[in-house]
Design a protein around this ligand. Structure first.
Ligand SMILES: Cc1cc2nc3c(=O)[nH]c(=O)nc-3n(C[C@H](O)[C@H](O)[C@H](O)COP(=O)(O)O)c2cc1C
Length: 224
């Protein structure tokens, strides 16, 4: 039989539904064996041409962690300025838990990716899609283990790459805050804070051709 049993299937859907992007953490460290399981889950992710473009950098130096926080905070200010009308609302949001989480990881795309052509000739960005798949595996495994994860993308990749001595061609794509949490949010924090809402699935599933909405707009927008 190919199908999992009902209990296992329910667990898969439950972890998908209950995974949250977390920004509030307890300071307790992650048990090494647990971290290893999470990294292995990430490494089992699919990748274009099986290129496995992900690299994981554990940040264990507290001064380095602080410098990463500074980089993120700088970008937070730039993002706020670029948001115009929603600037103040954005500044009130908590968008990272870098200083509080038990474990901090930076995920980077490897160097020399241009050698990998399979599945990337017309869409080289499939390397990034592959890294995202690995991160999602880690995210789901963490949730099942009772561990929170927050994906932070507010940083200048060049500055972070320099800070971490990435080789030419490699680029950081995610700062991941991992750790024990007081409680998982029951819905996306950006929804709790009225920044955006989850769109109805029906508005996003089309048949045969792209469907414009009734107002003639090409695409619905969660933050409109
Ligand atoms: C690629 C990516 C980058 C993200 N970057 C950030 C970030 O910099 N700061 C943040 O607070 N949340 C970030 N998030 C989390 C999203 O805000 C979150 O996934 C979304 O609000 C839905 O909430 P949920 O993940 O709890 O379902 C990121 C998510 C993804 C997939």
């Amino acid at each position: 039989m190919n199908r999992y049993n009902d209990g296992d299937i329910a667990a898969i859907y439950r972890v998908i539904e209950q995974r949250r992007d977390m920004r509030h953490f307890l300071p307790d460290p992650l048990e090494p064996a647990l971290l290893q399981r999470l990294l292995r889950a990430a490494h089992l992710g699919p990748s274009v041409g099986f290129m496995q473009p992900w690299r994981f950098i554990r940040i264990t130096d507290s001064s380095l962690r602080q410098r990463i926080h500074t980089l993120v905070d700088e970008e937070r200010q730039h993002t706020a300025a670029a948001l115009g009308q929603r600037q103040d609302e954005f500044m009130r949001l908590k968008v990272e838990g870098i200083r509080d989480c038990g474990e901090l990881l930076v995920v980077a795309l490897m160097d020399r990716r241009e050698q990998h052509i399979f599945g990337r000739r017309t869409m080289p960005q499939m390397d990034l899609a592959s890294v995202a798949c690995a991160i999602q595996n880690l995210w789901l495994a963490a949730r099942a283990e009772g561990i929170g994860m927050g994906w932070v993308s507010l940083f200048d990749p060049e500055a972070l790459g320099t800070l971490l001595h990435l080789p030419t061609g490699a680029t950081p794509v995610a700062v991941l805050c991992l750790g024990h949490v007081p409680a998982f949010y029951t819905e996306p924090m950006l929804q709790q804070e009225n920044w955006a809402t989850r769109q109805p699935l029906e508005a996003l599933v089309f048949e045969n051709t792209w469907q414009h909405d009734q107002a003639g707009n090409p695409s619905p927008d969660a933050t409109a």
